[in-house]
Design a protein around this ligand. Structure first.
Ligand SMILES: [Zn+2]
Length: 175
């Protein structure tokens, strides 16, 4: 499949009036806020944006943005694969004030000028879709954090961190 680059700017109202769909890719490396959160920023986002008018004549953007990224496992600090998917459900508004009148099932998107820059919009949607904690399903390091099953370890049973490291080393050497 040929991946076309997304335009940098669009006129979302014009596109909505014409019911235009735009698909294309955009590079995460250009996203100053999201890129540092990832292990691999050399990844493209695939965006499928549908501009339309709903039955109330409200201009909307639906569709999805997707990216396969890697973040740091919060247990072992090694990369873990995460598929980010954000489904858009936006209604375009000229101002915060006008956005108050939009139906609550939409996420308001304030576009004061004619043009909308797509990169910050897609970046924010992806940041919102990032999991709060990420770790390998079968991580080599098991902790009581984040898995919903906190293990209570009494003071005497608490393993010496150095012996844990030693046993980890031992298990990887045994091949
Ligand atoms: Zn891990």
């Amino acid at each position: 499949m040929l991946n076309v680059k997304l335009p940098k700017y669009v006129d979302p109202r014009k596109l909505a009036d014409r019911e235009i769909n735009i698909t294309g890719v955009i590079a995460i490396v250009e996203m100053a806020e999201l890129a540092p959160m990832l292990v691999n920023s050399d990844v493209e986002v695939f965006a499928d944006l549908k501009f339309a008018r709903d039955e109330l004549r409200i201009r909307t953007i639906s569709g999805s943005v997707k990216a396969s990224v890697q973040v740091e496992c919060q247990r072992c600090l090694e990369p873990v694969d995460v598929d980010l998917v954000a489904n858009l459900n936006l209604a375009i508004s000229y101002s915060e004030e006008k956005a108050q009148t939009l139906p609550k099932y939409y996420d308001p998107l304030i576009v004061e000028e004619d043009d909308l820059e797509l990169l910050p919009l897609i970046e924010q949607e992806l940041i919102l879709s990032l999991p709060i904690v990420s770790y390998h399903a079968n991580c080599s390091i098991q902790t009581s954090f984040g898995d919903g099953n906190p293990v209570t370890v009494s003071e005497t049973e608490k393993p010496n961190p150095f012996s844990v490291l030693a046993s980890l080393k031992g298990s990887t050497d045994k091949k």
